[in-house]
Write a new protein. Structure first.
Lengths: 388, 194
């Protein structure tokens, strides 16, 4: 049995060693690359990430406080009305009034008790609707806002601009528009419903447009439009594209067919990562494959991550090696080149392909003479050489 | 643990090199920005991990830190080391996220919450060592300020004067927090290994 002194020494030694290991802790290289893909454009004036982060920070707290107050009130009032019961104020249009900066006008306020009825605006008339949870809706002229069977706000006709505070974890605010459901965590967006199409423009944050099991994810600055009828089935269920035209307002190629842009592509990478965590490697691979067909850092990351999914998720190490090989061919000086080289080397060693692994190890040592992982590779090469 | 007196022996840092780098980034040099990212992204990721930012929030946290760095470079006057300044930004952001997590867990206790439960934190696949996860659990038992001092001193290797700049408190306070944090960490480790 150990004495108390001995035990103390053991504990402190363990702490020292573990802290030393924490100093050497190397994070997920791919995660670092993903972040790089999002921040690399900052010197070129692409400051979207900051605006998104700022936009969500304050509303997270205010939304929570508003929600506490509103829910406390709702608990006291037995309600038979829709979940997102509105308080409506209408105002006449004026030459100076702007939809994005509406005037406060309490001229016609409809009490919550009478709010199950749809909110309609006539020609030249606009309305502001306050929904439970701090959601604000600005209803344009000649529009109708009502509630669907699941008590979600439904834009029946016309134009509506939504401002949604950041939602509590695990909850999402949803709006119906024709056959689509638009879900958000916290954002500002605009929904338009015409006779033959639905359109969504995102001013801040992220929204998802769903139709059945298919969805498209839009980030700040994205515009999307989809038909009311005749939706063509996508090739992949989780493919982030509906039949609608997917465009970026700031792009000069706004009318060209769906290019893979950095913003949506980054979100696609995030979705793919979620799919991996949720045990859906096939879906992840499909998303990564789609993303890799585009350009920029997101495509590079996706091309590399395909190898990881093939090896670790689908247990196809040979296919993984081929995927990383394709990455090297396409991005010979890519940021993840060293990671791809190492991944190929490790996988070949595990497969027992001694000759190929040694060739890779020697090439790595020659290519990266000052790499911090040089020792690791040298040890691996020695192990492979020593293997029977 | 770190036996040296880092207040007297700070790690040598290329001040002029960092200043030149900052100047180039300010002028919109994308290669300089990439160099800055390459130099500091690993410490930022490691730092926010050690401060308890969960895996699923780490990328967003690092992104926000680098956006703040980029924006702040315009007003960076070089009065502190660039690394100290970056740690300060990361520390502020990690503290903010910590407060938000605590608020979320408080809100989740309220009876009106019908939201889905938060998912279990995911272990970092890059961190295979269970010892590191155990260390994270022990660090989580410290108060946020003590944890930050301990992480900056023991893991990030900053000197006490630098930590004082990062945290905006006197060096004596740093020493005091460090002493208490070490004692608490050892006590917590002893309880687990008993």
């Amino acid at each position: 049995m150990k004495s108390p002194t001995q035990r103390t020494d053991d504990t402190e030694r363990w702490l020292s060693e573990t802290i030393e290991a924490a100093r050497r802790r190397i994070g997920d290289e791919v995660a670092r690359r993903r972040v790089w893909a999002r921040v690399e454009g900052l010197p070129a004036g692409q400051d979207r990430p900051l605006r998104r982060a700022r936009a969500l920070a304050l509303p997270a707290l205010t939304g929570a406080l508003v929600a506490i107050g509103v829910v406390a009130i709702l608990r006291m009032v037995p309600a038979t009305r829709p979940t997102h019961a509105p308080v409506v104020s209408k105002r006449a249009p004026s030459a100076t009034a702007s939809v994005s900066q509406p005037r406060t006008d309490a001229a016609r306020v409809v009490s919550p008790g009478a709010s199950a009825a749809p909110v309609r605006t006539g020609r030249g008339e606009k309305a502001r609707v306050a929904l439970v949870g701090g959601v604000g809706v600005e209803l344009d002229a000649d529009s109708v806002l009502s509630w669907d069977a699941e008590r979600r706000p439904l834009v029946e006709r016309g134009q509506a601009r939504f401002q949604v505070p950041h939602q509590a974890p695990g909850t999402r605010f949803a709006v119906s528009a024709g056959p689509y459901v638009i879900t958000v965590v916290g954002t500002k967006f605009h929904v338009g419903v015409g006779d033959d199409r639905v359109s969504v423009d995102v001013d801040e944050g992220v929204v998802e447009v769903w139709r059945g099991a298919r969805s498209v994810r839009l980030v700040e600055g994205d515009s999307w439009a989809g038909p009311m009828r005749g939706l063509a089935p996508p090739a992949v269920e989780h493919r982030p594209s509906l039949a609608g035209a997917f465009s970026r307002r700031t792009s000069s190629l706004a009318d060209s067919p769906a290019p893979v842009e950095n913003g949506p592509a980054s979100m696609e990478l995030t979705d793919a990562r979620s799919a991996i965590r949720e045990g859906r490697p096939e879906d992840a691979l499909a998303m990564l494959s789609h993303c890799a067909k585009g350009g920029g850092p997101a495509a590079e990351n996706a091309a590399y991550e395909m190898g990881r999914v093939l090896r670790d998720g689908l247990h196809r190490p040979r296919a993984a090696v081929a995927a990383w090989g394709a990455y090297r061919t396409r991005f010979p000086s890519g940021l993840l080149r060293a990671e791809a080289d190492l991944s190929i080397l490790e996988t070949l060693a595990k497969l027992g392909d001694k000759a190929a692994a040694l060739t890779e190890a020697e090439a790595f040592l020659a290519r990266y003479p000052n790499s911090e992982r040089r020792d690791e590779v040298a040890k691996l090469a020695a192990r492979v050489r020593g293997a029977p | 643990m770190n036996q040296q007196n880092p207040a007297e022996s700070p790690r040598p840092r290329p001040l002029a090199e960092d200043q030149a780098l900052v100047e180039r980034v300010r002028k919109g040099d994308t290669l300089a920005w990439r160099t800055l990212y390459e130099r500091y992204s690993q410490p930022v990721f490691r730092f926010v991990s050690a401060l308890g930012v969960p895996l699923e929030e780490r990328e967003d946290a690092a992104q926000d830190v680098f956006v703040a760095i980029y924006r702040g470079l315009k007003s960076f006057r070089g009065e502190a080391q660039l690394s100290t300044w970056i740690y300060r930004i990361a520390a502020r952001h990690a503290s903010h996220l910590g407060r938000r997590r605590r608020m979320r867990s408080f809100l989740s206790l309220l009876p009106w919450q019908e939201a889905e439960p938060e998912p279990e934190p995911q272990p970092d696949p890059a961190e295979k060592a269970s010892e590191l996860r155990l260390l994270d659990r022990l660090l989580a038992k410290l108060s946020p300020k003590k944890r930050m001092v301990l992480v900056l001193f023991e893991i990030e290797g900053l000197g006490v004067n630098e930590i004082a700049q990062v945290m905006g408190c006197p060096p004596n306070t740093v020493w005091s927090r460090l002493r208490h944090a070490r004692a608490e960490l050892v006590r917590a480790a002893r309880r687990i290994t008993r």
